[in-house]
Design a protein around this ligand. Structure first.
Ligand code: B1M
Length: 207
């Protein structure tokens, strides 16, 4: 079933992805397994094909749409309703970067763990993070970047937060981002994946 789900994802077959996710959930497969053994490996395989020029941007966009549709099906299972927010997180993909699947996943996991999420979307300028953090009285700002050319924007956001006097931590992540990079640009938090992002946000808000 997971193999089929990956094939449908790579083919960008949104109805098929939705129906396979529905079927897996109806069969009692935990949402986390559907995510970690079905959808995410599908995106990883797609990434390889993209890298080797075996698929191109239009196909990747259609696959991303199918991925987001699959994630939307899982969201109710991953999110617990009716809990008091543990904290308010402003999240977005940095300026110049249009990748949102990983960011959506981090947002979803945080939401599922009781945080209120203010999602600014993609291509977010530093001042937008500041504005949202002030408006929503956020406790933390979370940045995602998928490109080596856009991860440099993270430093701009950190500098903007520092000079604003807001005094809240910034947590960063995304495929090209490393702990070493986070340390070098002065990010107080770093997480390699969505599950660790939840732990990292918890640690930073507690400290
Ligand atoms: Co793009 N793309 N893309 N792309 N794309 C990558 C990232 C790339 C690695 C592909 C490749 O060459 N193998 C490559 C980057 C190379 C580099 O910089 N080193 C690349 C490129 C080059 C580009 C373009 C420049 C292509 C072009 O135009 N020539 C272009 C840039 C556009 C732009 O942003 N300005 C581009 C465009 C696109 C699409 C629009 C077609 C589409 C995005 C659609 C969308 O997101 N709605 C797309 C996609 C889908 C990908 C790949 C195939 C998949 C990314 C993804 O969603 N992964 C990707 C290849 C790959 O990653 N293998 C690729 C699944 C997702 C669950 O993982 O986002 O890594 P990820 O998130 C993880 C962790 O990183 C982490 O948690 C998540 C889950 O555990 N994480 C965080 C993410 N954010 C976090 C934040 C945190 C903590 C953890 O704290 C706050």
């Amino acid at each position: 079933m997971f193999e089929k789900m990956q094939e449908a994802l790579i083919a960008g077959n949104k109805p098929e992805v939705e129906s396979l996710v529905d079927r897996a959930l109806a069969d009692g497969t935990p949402a986390a397994r559907v995510l970690n053994e079905g959808l995410i490996p599908g995106m990883e395989r797609l990434g390889e094909l993209f890298k080797n020029c075996e698929v191109f941007i239009p196909e990747v966009l259609v696959a991303a749409r199918a991925m987001n549709a699959g994630l939307a099906k899982l969201e109710p299972m991953l999110v617990k309703a009716g809990v008091q927010p543990k904290g308010i997180v402003v999240i977005g993909t940095v300026k110049g970067d249009l990748h949102d699947i990983g960011k959506n996943l981090v947002a979803m996991m945080l939401r599922g763990n009781g945080y209120k999420i203010v999602d600014l979307g993609v291509d977010v300028a530093p001042e937008k993070y500041l504005e949202a953090a002030r408006t929503h009285r956020a406790g933390i700002i979370a940045l995602s970047a998928l490109l080596t050319t856009t991860m440099v924007q993270m430093k701009n956001v950190i500098e903007a937060v520092e000079s604003s006097g807001l005094g809240i931590p910034v947590v960063i992540g995304g495929a090209p981002v490393t702990k070493d990079y986070a340390d070098r640009i002065g990010a107080r938090g770093y997480a390699p994946d969505a599950a660790s992002a939840v732990e990292e946000v918890g640690r930073l808000l507690a400290g």
